[in-house]
Design a protein around this ligand. Sequence first.
Ligand SMILES: Cc1cc2nc3c(=O)[nH]c(=O)nc-3n(C[C@H](O)[C@H](O)[C@H](O)COP(=O)(O)OP(=O)(O)OC[C@H]3O[C@@H](n4cnc5c(N)ncnc54)[C@H](O)[C@@H]3O)c2cc1C
Length: 432
Amino acid sequence: MDHTRVHDVVVVGGGPSGSACAYWLAEAGWDVVLVEKKHFPREKTCGDGLTPRSVRQLNDMGLGGALAGAHRYDGLRACAYGLSLELPWPEHPSFPSVGYVITRHDLDQIVAERAAKAGATVWEGAEAIGPILDPATAGPVGGVGAKAEVLPSCAGARVLDRDAGRNHEVRARYTVVADGANSRFGRALGTSRDRDYPMGMALRGYFRSPRHDEPLIESHLDIRNAAGDVVPGYGWVFPLGDGRVNAGVGILSVEGRWKGANTTQLMDAFIHWAPPSWELSPSTLCGPPTGGKLPMGLSVRPRIGPNVLAIGDAAGSINPFNGEGIAYGYETGRLAAACVARALSGEGVHALVDYESQLQAAYGLYFRIAREFVRLISRPDLMRICVRSGMHSRSVMAWLLRLMANLVRPDELGPAEAAYRVLTAIGRMTPG
Ligand SMILES: Cc1cc2nc3c(=O)[nH]c(=O)nc-3n(C[C@H](O)[C@H](O)[C@H](O)COP(=O)(O)OP(=O)(O)OC[C@H]3O[C@@H](n4cnc5c(N)ncnc54)[C@H](O)[C@@H]3O)c2cc1C
């Protein structure tokens, strides 16, 4: 690493969003440095489920072949109240009808290596300990007050080389914040999560299971807390095809409701009560379960500054409908790369402002509908009614799968599209 050079871009964090962003920038010929505090391969707490949206992005990065060793699955088995429905991935002109389950230990290394192969400098064991702020805008939010609309100007990152135990400055014309859900670097710049938005909390573990190579992932929509209430969330079992399954629980906190939910208790109850054929139990558990937060619906702001952008979980870009964040990491990383490339080519700050407009165009309305849906199901009585009635209709559940996985077709007017159009029309008319 030449520490005297001013790079075109520094990307902070080598998860799905950061590696995808670095890949697309390097592919376009820009000088990009990705700093990742850990060494690949490294664990990342996740359900490890890739939907067709993720698979599409991996294919676009030339990584379709790299998925050959991963466990392929064809759809979802939705279970609740003693009923189960098997729902294949829908056909869509822009996305393949296939998903994969692959550990983040393996997946994130593959994508980071792809970025390096495209020409990005991937610096592992390098922790960004803070932004290099322009003295004119120094202070956590550029001196503009506690709730700035934009991030301050940033000249790169101060980085701790964890292997050598030395600090360096990595200077760059543009900085991309991709340091995940906790986003210390983003918060040091002035990002914060809007607490009115839903927030997910999830816990997962790996279990040895005789059903490890099933062609469907399974979701349980009627998980309960200690009081016996059905909670807004789901339990999952995702087969990995290597003798193990990834099983866990996720719950949504909305407007303070369910905030104190105990995911360990929910997980214990789910493991106890999941179909015995999976053989989920403390004796098949491969290591202590780990958990994390899921910032959703573009809940983290601001996401742009004069020369800085936030992407992936650092921008709160997880889909509130299903807790999926890998695809949105890849997608926001790609959008950001295109805008930064335009900024570097002479458009400057206008291209970064356009990043925000493109985020709104791609996800604004959809996430707004998702937030309303989540608000609805955060009430145990409504959650119970929705799940109970949905489970009696294959077409309703097929529609829900399409909607929740963001796979509604723009070109067709089936029941899913018709219902979505009604929802979007209501969404457009509703203020706020
Ligand atoms: C329990 C659980 C289950 C989930 N299941 C799924 C699922 O099945 N499918 C799905 O699509 N999504 C799932 N998600 C969401 C998904 O994990 C995230 O949305 C996704 O990882 C976001 O990618 P990212 O690149 O933005 O952030 P991350 O994946 O968190 O990557 C951030 C990277 O930045 C690095 N980093 C952090 N700070 C610094 C720093 N200061 N300097 C340098 N590097 C730094 C980290 O080491 C990490 O590698 C789940 C989340 C949880 C918690």
